[in-house]
Design a protein around this ligand. Structure first.
Ligand code: GDP
Length: 534
């Protein structure tokens, strides 16, 4: 069983058995395949291949758009729940495309751990590194899965070294591969002292598992050819000298990652990894909030919105807000307070995502992810409580890296355009700035692909052809500070001032020099590249 850190109270069993996590990886490392196998072992799908559509879908732009149109898939795949070994797993999908890093960041605020998948031949790739840095900001515990061991892969020590060096985290082997490439025959499970032998003939078959009584058990030689056995024993000896032992607290602190070697496509090593998630956790963690943190065992329900997605039917403006329950036991029909507006909301049709099917949630516990259909009341960063005026914090919005002016093809439709843009801003799909001077809107995104996706969605969902044009600005910064100082600043910099969809003041510029100048000339005004969403 899991030991909680000594300063944290016991959780009710229903909460303690929950594991809410995300998978991070570089495209092509095998995230989709691994997800599929998780669902297979979680009993959520009968056949491998059902999640595939999505993984393939995002590879090209046109396919991506198709996926967006086919919103059914991406909505239901945003969070998936399934059971494993008495635990409830909530797997939250991180968007695969590197353009959506902000969305990814917020997704990672809703999980308690991450599984990092790397390709055994490629090691730590750029996107893995970026996503890892985000996990590090939150000290998320990380479990590592080194995939594609059935292929020619790098030397095991080299892979582990690279993780330690590039990501500055200690690595401890949970399993050790025997043989490489075509000679890869399986792994020694160092946690359970078992030999796991891969079956290449049947990809969905669970590996043959042989109990071994320690590394000097003669049974090993019965199953592993002499040459591979001696190499394996030599390596394991070295590994024990060079690498730290598993330490649960270090794992929970995010400073040590256990690594499993396997082959997702051959269903190899996947169950051991899932067992690792079940055994090591962590359980649902406390949520940062203002004016006080929220603990999962609190009896009252509190949840926060970390993602908003337009609903499947583009003709309806309905959206689904993804809520992570931070505390309590939710029952369908409950009336919750929407803290931002102070209004009551009856949550009558919440959805739990059981693999490819959506199901009405009759109940949910701290740690769970619920979808709440709504007409736009719920925004990213919003908190729902049983009355207390408390707000989840740590869900940031980042200054966009690309800015363009957006105009309606038909100038008479400016109001329509505003409405459409505001919707996407609230969904978190883009930043929308209304300049204090002049007409039009300035739209900010993190990756260029988002402009195309937006243009296509505005046309599809609002019947409104739009143009994106180069903007005179390239950077946006939120303006905060003493009111009088901010007012003076706005007055003197009118051409650079705009307001975002929350009405907050934003300084637009094209020069870093301008930003530095503000810091020098207006010491009581702060320009920041992030803002808390609430
Ligand atoms: P994603 O982009 O991270 O979601 O990666 P996918 O799961 O779509 O996998 C990328 C490619 O690698 C696909 O062609 C998979 O069939 C293949 N793949 C996934 N796991 C393995 C594995 O264990 N061994 C081998 N040889 N190929 C794999």
């Amino acid at each position: 069983m899991l030991d909680r850190a000594h300063n944290q109270p016991e959780l009710p069993p229903e909460i303690a058995r929950r594991r809410t996590f995300a998978i991070i990886s570089h495209p092509d490392a095998g995230k989709t395949t691994l997800t599929e196998k998780f669902l297979l072992y979680g009993g959520a799908i009968q056949m491998a291949g059902q999640v595939r559509a999505k993984g393939e879908a995002r590879r090209t732009r046109s396919d991506f758009m198709q996926m967006e149109k086919d919103r059914g898939i991406s909505v239901s795949a945003s969070a998936m729940s399934f059971d494993f070994d008495g635990h409830r797993f909530n797997l939250v999908d991180t968007p695969g495309h590197s353009d959506f890093s902000e969305d990814t960041y917020r997704t990672l605020t809703a999980v308690d751990a991450a599984v990092m998948v790397i390709d055994g031949a490629k090691g730590v790739e750029s996107q893995t590194q970026k996503l890892f840095e985000v996990c590090r900001l939150r000290d998320l515990p990380i479990l590592t899965f080194c995939n594609k061991m059935d292929r020619e892969s790098r030397d095991t020590f080299e892979i582990i070294d690279e993780i330690q060096e590039n990501l500055a985290i200690d690595v401890t082997p949970a399993s050790w591969p025997i043989g490489v490439g075509r000679d890869f025959m399986g792994c020694y499970d160092l946690i359970n002292d078992r030999l796991e032998l891969m079956d290449r003939a049947d990809r969905n078959k669970v590996a043959e598992s042989i109990e071994i009584n320690g590394l000097d058990d003669p049974k090993l030689a019965e199953h592993v050819p002499a040459a591979q056995l001696s190499q394996f024993l030599e390596e394991i000896e070295m590994a024990k000298e060079l690498m730290p032992e598993f330490n649960h607290q270090d794992f929970l602190d995010g400073t040590l990652t256990p690594i499993w070697f396997g082959s997702a496509i051959n269903s190899f090593g996947v169950q051991e990894l899932m067992q690792g998630i079940a055994d090591y956790g962590p359980q649902p963690q406390p949520q940062k909030a203002s004016p006080r943190a929220i603990s999962p065992e609190e009896p009252k329900v509190c949840g926060f919105v970390f993602k908003v997605q337009a609903n499947m039917d583009p003709k309806h403006r309905d959206r689904v807000a993804f809520v992570r329950l931070a505390s309590g036991h939710f029952l369908r029909g409950m009336k919750l307070t929407h803290v931002r507006s102070k209004k009551q909301m009856a949550i009558t049709n919440p959805v739990l995502f059981l693999a490819s099917d959506r199901e009405l949630a009759e109940e949910a516990w701290a740690g769970d992810i619920m979808g709440i259909p709504n007409h736009g009341q719920l925004r990213i960063g919003d908190t729902l409580t049983e009355g207390e005026a408390i707000r989840a914090t740590g869900i940031p919005s980042f200054a966009p890296e690309l800015l363009q002016t957006c105009r309606a093809g038909d100038p008479m439709k400016a109001k329509h355009l505003e409405k459409a843009l505001m919707q996407f801003a609230e969904e978190g799909a883009a930043k929308v700035f209304k300049p204090a001077f002049g007409s039009g809107f300035i739209v900010g995104v993190v990756g260029a692909l988002q402009f195309e996706v937006l243009a296509s969605r505005i046309e599809l969902e609002y019947g409104l052809p739009v143009r994106f044009e180069a903007s005179q600005f390239t950077s946006a910064r939120w303006v905060t500070g003493d009111k009088a100082a901010v007012d003076t600043f706005i007055e003197a910099n009118k051409q650079h001032i705009s307001h975002d969809n929350d009405g907050d003041v934003v300084f637009l510029t094209r020069l870093q020099w301008d930003i530095d100048r503000v810091a020098r000339d207006y010491p009581d005004v702060t320009l920041s590249a992030t803002k808390e969403m609430m």
